[in-house]
Design a protein around this ligand. Structure first.
Ligand SMILES: Cc1ncc(C[n+]2csc(CCOP(=O)(O)OP(=O)(O)O)c2C)c(N)n1
Length: 558
């Protein structure tokens, strides 16, 4: 019987599940795995990163644009602890991500071996499943279970530990097989109970002003067409969470935009407040979307559709709950609800959009210095094609791009890390998004705080000739927090300001073509040049600090 090493079997199992990209960083305990990657003909591109955290963010964004499992890897000890932030973000955002960390040999455990730590204990509370593989012969079955786990039910992250001696032990080649369907989510759709659909349809039909609020689950389930059909049949306004952007394109007359404390505005909140029934779909109804559970208003009737049963009814008393895949549930609902004249909803949405536009447009045209974030959003929207992918960090980018950047197509064209909102996500994230969708222009928009977290990855970008454009909102401050101090602590600013970095010069030192812009009149032509350039580019935009801006963040507006 032909035998493979554990490391070879591991690589083959990835290959058999359709993996074509692995993002990671080498280490002592990874030597057998790297040797297997070097020797075998597997068709997998390994993208060497400069930080395991970046590797995980790359895998996360790769998964977000492809639907496939994103794979990242790092070594034992520091590699495992550094990869963790990306695993948490993906898992909480329901993204199928496989994090592989190699480990010290099973035979070295308990001997104060360098980098020893309990990897399962580290990842258990933060992933859908974790397993440190103690026997090489278990590699095939554990990989099959890992892929099934990531891509069924609510998708999520799985961690696998691969000890050094396990990588070198033998595995029978005949055990190394996989079902390729589990390489992408949703691999097996859960159909809703017809009785639950009937109850939900009955509730919707009895409402006079129903509103849909969509989370990331609609896009994860590729349910955009079914959603449009249901919304049109219900004749109801459609609002999205930050993660739900792209559920409907902006051009749809029922699409009202983002709601919630981050990127929502008064005009869209009013639509939710006017509802007598809200239908949440693929949405956790968490603190940001609902402005700490105040909108929808208490007493609003709730219908909730989600693939995760525990989400339904967690925050709002729910009249009808539907457990199931969003695409199947939306299709079933569209076939069950009565048709309603959409004219009133369309008029309501048009009024809200006009009100939002009227407040935004003057700021978007402002010639003031420092450049207003509104102007930056407008200029980027003017120069980017419909199929550009934006990856946005917290701070200025998330609320401004959520509120004002046009979502011209259905699907995942806008990405931000909303589970934890950790700074430093967009720069590496854009790399992963580009590997997943290389025909698109991918733009990372970050605060200067975020830049500091991830700028080392520009070396990866240059080495691999990844033609992403980075835009830095340069304001020399942790603006989001300073805005919080301004609003809630009478402007007692403490430890939120930092020096202004010449981000363009830093980028140039890495070999990235870069520009610095202070004059709003130069912004469009500079962004256009950066986007048209064939290689990686960075535009450093000296911007109005968030604490001085009129940001679409409800706590500050109030
Ligand atoms: C890893 C991490 N640490 C701290 C925070 C808390 N935090 C949220 S926004 C923010 C400020 C962001 O500053 P910057 O990136 O410069 O963007 P700005 O708000 O100035 O636009 C901070 C510190 C965070 N989100 N992530």
């Amino acid at each position: 019987m032909n035998q493979l090493s554990g490391a070879e079997a591991f690589v083959r199992m990835l290959q058999h599940h359709g993996v074509t990209h692995v993002f990671g960083l080498c280490g002592d305990t990874s030597l057998p795995l790297y040797d297997a990657l070097a020797r075998l003909d597997h068709g997998i591109t390994h993208v060497l990163t400069r930080d395991e955290r970046s590797a995980a963010y790359m895998a996360d964004c790769y998964a977000r644009v492809t639907g496939k499992v994103g794979v990242c890897e790092g070594p034992s000890g520091g590699g495992a602890t550094y990869i963790l932030p990306g695993v948490v973000e993906a898992h909480e955002s329901s993204i199928p991500l496989l994090a592989v960390t190699t480990d010290i040999s099973v035979s070295s455990r308990g001997k104060y071996t360098l980098t020893e730590l309990d990897q399962e204990a580290l990842f258990r509370p933060l992933s859908k499943w974790t397993s440190v593989i103690d026997r090489a012969t278990d590699i095939p079955s554990i990989l099959r279970r890992a892929f099934r786990t990531m891509t069924t039910g609510r998708p999520g992250a799985v961690h696998l530990g691969l000890p050094f001696d396990v990588q070198r032990a033998p595995v029978d080649e005949q055990d190394v097989w996989a079902d390729r369907r589990f390489g992408a989510a949703p691999a097996a759709r859960v159909a809703p109970d017809p009785a639950a659909i009937e109850a939900a349809a009955k509730a919707i039909d009895s409402a006079s002003r129903p509103v849909l609020v969509l989370g990331g689950g609609v896009i994860l389930s590729q349910a955009e067409a079914e959603l449009a059909a249901l919304a049109e049949r219900m004749g109801a306004p459609v609002c999205t969470t930050i993660s739900g952007q792209g559920s409907l394109p902006d051009s749809h007359p029922l699409h009202a935009g983002v709601v919630g404390s981050n990127g929502g505005v008064a005009a869209t909140r009013a639509i939710v407040d006017a509802a007598d029934l809200v239908v949440f779909v693929g949405c956790r109804a968490g603190s940001v979307t609902t402005e700490r559970w105040r909108h929808p208003k208490p007493g609003t009737r709730i219908v909730h559709v989600d693939v995760e049963p525990g989400v339904i009814g967690a925050n709002f008393q729910t009249e009808a709950g539907v457990v199931g895949d969003a695409r199947l549930a939306l299709a079933a609902l569209a076939a069950s609800v009565s048709r309603r004249d959409p004219a009133e909803a369309i008029a309501m949405v048009a009024r809200a959009r006009a009100e939002k536009e009227a407040a935004y447009r003057p700021l978007a045209l402002s010639d003031e210095r420092p450049i207003k974030p509104d102007r930056l959003v407008a200029e980027l929207a003017a120069v980017l094609d419909d199929d550009a992918v934006i990856v946005a960090d917290p701070g200025t980018p998330c609320p401004y791009f959520s509120a004002f950047y046009p979502k011209r197509r259905a699907g995942r064209w806008f990405i931000t890390n909303r589970a934890h909102g950790a700074l430093g996500y967009s720069l590496p994230g854009a790399v992963g998004a580009w590997y997943g969708r290389p025909s698109s222009k991918v733009v990372a928009v970050m605060g200067d705080g975020s830049f500091g977290f991830s700028c080392g990855e520009m070396e990866t970008i240059v080495r691999n000739r990844v033609p992403v454009t980075m835009v830095v909102v340069s304001n020399a401050v942790y603006g989001w927090i300073k805005a919080g101090q301004k609003t809630a602590y009478d402007g007692r600013y403490f430890s939120v300001d930092f020096n202004r970095t010449d981000h363009a010069a830093v980028a140039a030192a890495f070999g990235v073509r870069s520009w610095r812009v202070e004059d709003p009149a130069e912004l469009r032509q500079t962004l256009r040049a950066a986007i048209a350039h064939g290689g990686p580019t960075l535009v450093d935009v000296v911007c109005q600090p968030l604490n001085e801006a009129r940001a679409p963040v409800s706590e500050w507006v109030a």
